[in-house]
Design a protein around this ligand. Structure first.
Ligand SMILES: O=P(O)(O)OP(=O)(O)OP(=O)(O)OC[C@H]1O[C@@H](n2cnc3c(O)ncnc32)[C@H](O)[C@@H]1O
Ligand SMILES: [Mg+2]
Length: 197
């Protein structure tokens, strides 16, 4: 089994990458396993830019291929916010509970048909001495009026994916990994993943 570094410190993402990469016989090492003190500043203005920044910084550092994910939630009634600031929406401390609370406050009184949103995930692959590539996946849905469910992470308790009546946090990880933005982004790097296992 081949091992790949995924340049993230988000344990929820790590679980999902582990589950989805196992299909390719690839095991995942994250920054939580390697060095929690590594901090990469996300200075880009798009998901793609930030994913590339994270992947290239770590590929240069470890001198091996590195995958990185930059993701977030775009809410139409908020002109695409929180977007690339999803992790820091309610402050720098990255508190999922505070972020969802702020989001529900911002959307208070907004009717269901105007609560459309999408999760976006950019996955970048950086390799020493080779060109970096980045692919995007999305998952359409609406924002609920109150949090429901305990699975997943981030905004999952308030995001109802299209075609479902449950929030993402009420979906099993298998169900989420079949429809998520991260799944759709990873599908697009499948050819490369197959060369890695
Ligand atoms: O940068 P790394 O270390 O990967 O971890 P992070 O949590 O800071 O990740 P991002 O910078 O990509 O910010 C993504 C935020 O968007 C939200 N998010 C992304 N994917 C999500 C998902 O599958 N379900 C719920 N929320 C998600 C969640 O709040 C994340 O913290
Ligand atoms: Mg981040």
């Amino acid at each position: 089994m081949k091992e790949l570094i995924v340049a993230t410190k988000n344990p929820g993402k790590v679980n999902e990458f582990r589950q989805m990469f196992s299909k390719y016989d690839i095991s995942v090492k994250s920054l939580l396993d390697i060095d929690r003190s590594i901090d990469i500043e996300e200075t880009g203005s798009t998901f793609e830019e930030n994913a590339v920044i994270k992947a290239e910084a770590m590929a240069e550092h470890f001198e091996v291929p590195v995958v990185a994910d930059d993701s977030g939630l775009e809410v139409d009634a908020l002109n695409g916010e929180p977007g690339v600031y999803s992790a820091r929406y309610a402050g720098i401390e990255k508190d999922d509970g505070k972020n969802t609370e702020k989001l529900l406050k911002q959307l208070y009184g907004v009717p269901e048909e105007k609560r459309t949103a999408r999760f976006v995930c950019a996955v970048a692959v950086a390799r020493p001495g080779e060109n970096t590539f980045v692919r995007r996946g999305t998952c359409e849905g609406v924002i609920a009026t109150e949090p429901q469910g305990t699975n997943g992470f981030g905004y999952d308790p308030v995001f109802i994916p299209e075609g479902s009546s449950r929030t993402m946090a009420e979906h099993s990880s298998e169900e989420k990994n079949a429809i998520s933005h991260r799944h759709h982004a990873i599908q697009q790097i499948e050819e490369w993943l197959k060369t890695q296992s």
